[in-house]
Design a protein around this ligand. Structure first.
Ligand code: SF4
Length: 377
């Protein structure tokens, strides 16, 4: 457990479970796996068993001792709804969250199905109540969903958006959020595809699906219904991947999500570019038809000169089917510049370069996006 965190959208982490298994492409370069596997087999080390799923019950009560309010990321080194975490362990965790309303808990999962079924179940809520009494006898009533718990799903591409966002919207929650990190493909947050009719213009993931509220009766006994808006996404985080095997994020993907959030008034948080970020321009160092006519040494100097001025690689992308799954791949073309003149890019392509996470920073088109959700009263 860390009482502080370097993750930009939280204050602290509360790792009551460590270890996990990969479920989707967003897991390919899992930080928690890389970190914990370094210590596998080190006798006596906290991560002696590497990334194997391990319950950490000694940490369950820690937030009861934290007086200062914090935003707490629950299980940054695992997934809280992993199938091997027992239900009663989870009810204990939710009981602690309910008994510490001074903190705001951020629960992020890729196991949307188990989250939905458990948190919608009366038995689960009854068990949370029992655990509350066990921890703090006489603690009294509580409301469900817990007002201080934000629930989120990881959404790295459109396929995962179409799977996980509807499940999140069907889960009782005070605040619902998306973590689009690592963003691996373009995502349209305007709602699911309707078979045969394409994607509707109505943005009900971000705006809430309009419908009818419960029956009401006016003072003359007439029954009527008012329009109501269904659950919606309250917060969106976007980030590119970091680390040595980081996959690049097309700047256009981040811009589209930013613009869709702005249109619907949904708070948007741009966490980081990650390893790759936009390059200010690209150059050629020779005629692509002719090729390089100088010496190898001269070529190295020409490339270094252009890179020192911020010029960089050109990328494009394409879709491919892999093991029955559609994935978006970025390709490098003209990996290094060919002339010392700036050149343009075809539509849809963006110049990016490997800056490293620190240098790439977290400005999107010159602006830091740091918005947080405003929980309903
Ligand atoms: S769900 Fe999260 S913790 Fe588990 S493997 Fe995937 S990225 Fe890692």
């Amino acid at each position: 457990m860390a009482t502080t965190s370097k993750i930009e959208w939280t204050d602290a982490t509360w790792n009551i479970v460590t270890g996990c298994e990969k479920v989707s492409p967003g897991c390919d370069n899992c930080y928690a796996e890389t970190f914990t596997e370094r210590f596998r087999g080190t006798a006596g080390h906290h991560f002696e068993t590497g990334f194997d799923l391990t319950l950490r019950p000694e940490r369950l009560a820690l937030p009861l001792r934290w007086r200062k309010p914090k935003r707490v990321f629950v299980n940054s080194m695992s997934d809280l709804f992993h199938k091997d975490i027992p239900d009663d362990y989870l009810t204990r965790a939710f009981a602690v969250m309910s008994l510490t309303p001074q903190h705001t808990y951020q629960v992020l999962t890729k196991r949307h199905g188990r989250m939905r079924s458990l948190l919608s179940s009366r038995e689960f809520v009854a068990q949370v109540d029992t655990q509350r009494e066990d921890i703090q006898p006489g603690c009294g009533d509580f409301t469900w969903p817990l007002p201080n718990v934000w629930l989120g799903v990881s959404v790295e591409d459109q396929k995962r958006a179409d799977l996980r966002i509807p499940a999140l919207l069907e889960t009782p929650a005070a605040v619902r959020f998306l973590s689009c990190e690592p963003l691996l493909g373009p995502i349209d947050l305007c709602g699911p595809i309707v078979p045969g009719r394409g994607r509707p213009k109505l943005t009900y993931w971000l705006d809430g699906r309009p419908g009818w509220g419960p029956d009401q009766t006016d003072d003359r006994g007439r029954v009527f219904q008012e329009m109501a808006v269904g659950p919606r996404i309250d917060w969106v985080i976007v980030g590119g991947e970091s680390g040595p095997k980081a996959r690049a994020m097309h700047p256009g993907w981040a811009r589209t999500i930013r613009d869709q959030c702005a249109h619907s008034g949904v708070p948007f948080f741009f966490k980081q570019w990650g390893e790759w970020g936009p390059a200010p321009f690209q150059v050629r160092v020779c005629d692509p038809e002719v090729g390089w006519l100088g010496t190898d040494e001269e070529l190295v100097v020409a490339k270094a000169d252009s890179e020192a001025r911020g010029a960089t690689h050109v990328h494009t992308g394409s879709w491919s089917d892999e093991d029955g799954e559609r994935r978006y791949w970025l390709h490098e073309i003209g990996h290094k510049p060919w002339s010392l003149e700036r050149c343009g890019l075809p539509n849809g392509m963006a110049a990016i370069r490997r800056w490293g996470k620190g240098r790439a920073g977290r400005e999107l088109d010159g602006q830091v996006h740091d918005a947080f959700p405003i929980p309903a009263a």
